[in-house]
Ligand binder design. Sequence first.
Ligand code: 6GU
Length: 226
Amino acid sequence: MTIEILSAVPELLTSPFEHSIMKRAQERGLLTIKVHHLRKWAINKHGQIDDYQYGGGAGMLIMCEPLANAIDELQQEGKFDEIIFVTPDGKRFEQKDANTLSLKNRILLICGHYKGIDQRIRDLYVTQEISIGDYVLSGGELAAAVIIDAIGRIIPGVLNDETSALTDSFQDNLLAPPVYSRPVDFRGSEVPAVLLTGDPKKVDAWRQEQALQRTKERRPDLLEKK
Ligand code: 6GU
């Protein structure tokens, strides 16, 4: 899978993909990430990509031409399966969206800045608009990094233990249960005895019950979706 990103601040997008699971996904050839600097498609030699909005109001917008020219040029190599604008006024991103996107071949993420992008780019090019939650970030880059990490880790073959993505929080609308490692006794606080029984049925039942308990307390809204 190839994920491309259009950004006015590409420096924000280097380190998140150079470590851990995202690094391994790229080394295994399962994921290719290409960050494109929007400034490359600036409208003049001053590097201009933004302008004031018609009708007045504070804040600059990213203009039509740099975005349209960038997308047209990138699509000469082949069409994107999805062109996604990351924006706080988009549809909220959830695990099921990551699952669906992880099966695509080539997608483009557009990061807004300032007051966003000209609506005509959204109308003419964008196929999905995604927000990562109900709070405002100063730009789309960190949100794009979150979305790419969520997609990248579930591409088949990326995780070593194939089952582990299936037991993540949210994959079945339940939060993950508590987990323990050595020592059995840490400063007087002990690992729950059931985990030491070696009985996989009992362990599974306990985890299921703990997951349900945690979800009831913290995210009752998830149980309504089941
Ligand atoms: Cl996708 N972008 C920005 N700038 N802020 C956000 C967001 C996206 N999602 C939540 N807050």
